[in-house]
Design a protein around this ligand. Structure first.
Ligand SMILES: [Fe+2]
Ligand SMILES: [Fe+2]
Length: 168
C-alpha cells in the first residue's frame, strides 16, 4: 500500500508526464507548420513515449492499491522562434523532469518504500537517455546554424524515428 504522500507525489508525476506528452505534441504541430515534418515526426514519437510514461505510473499507483486522480493538463506553448529554440526547450524540460523524478526517488528512500524505489529506477535511467538524446540533437542544430540544406538533411534523419511500444 502506498502512503498518502507517495500517492499524491506519484499522481503529480502522472500529470507531469502527460504534460510532457502535450508539450511535445504541440512542438510536433509547430514543426509541421514550418515545413520540418521530420522534426514533427520525432516529436510525435516523443509524445507517445511520454504518454506511456504517464500511463506506467498510472498503472503502478493502481497496482499498489492507490487512487489515481487526474488533474488538468496545462496549455503548452504553441510557437517557437526556430528549431533550435524548440530543442533548447526540450533539453531544459527534460532536466526539469529529471529533478522531479529525483525528488520522487528521495521521497521513496525517506519512506523506505522499496517497491517504489525499484519502480523509479527505470525512470532514472530513462532520464539519462532523454537528456543525452535532446542534448545531442541540440548540439547538431547549433552546428547547422542558418544552413537550410543541412537543416533539411537533419529533418530527413529525424523522419526515420519510429515508436515501438515496449512489451510489458
Ligand atoms: Fe517522461
Ligand atoms: Fe521525457
Amino acid at each position: 500500500m502506498l502512503s498518502k504522500s507517495m500517492e499524491k507525489a506519484l499522481n503529480g508525476q502522472v500529470n507531469a508526464e502527460y504534460y510532457s506528452a502535450y508539450l511535445y505534441l504541440s512542438m510536433s504541430s509547430y514543426f509541421d507548420s514550418v515545413g520540418l515534418p521530420g522534426c514533427g515526426n520525432w516529436m510525435k514519437m516523443q509524445f507517445q513515449e511520454e504518454w506511456l510514461h504517464g500511463s506506467k505510473i498510472y498503472d503502478y499507483i493502481i497496482e499498489r492499491g492507490g487512487r489515481v486522480i487526474l488533474q488538468a493538463i496545462d496549455q503548452p506553448p504553441s510557437s517557437w522562434d526556430s528549431a533550435r529554440a524548440v530543442f533548447t526547450e526540450v533539453l531544459q524540460h527534460e532536466q526539469k523532469v529529471t529533478g522531479l523524478i529525483n525528488a520522487l526517488a528521495d521521497l521513496a528512500l525517506d519512506e523506505r518504500d522499496h517497491a517504489t524505489s525499484i519502480f523509479l529506477q527505470w525512470f532514472i535511467s530513462e532520464q539519462v537517455e532523454e537528456e543525452a538524446t535532446a542534448g545531442g540533437i541540440l548540439d547538431k542544430m547549433k552546428l547547422i546554424g542558418d544552413d537550410n540544406a543541412a537543416m533539411l538533411a537533419m529533418d530527413q534523419d529525424l523522419a526515420t524515428r519510429v515508436f515501438t511500444a515496449p512489451s510489458k
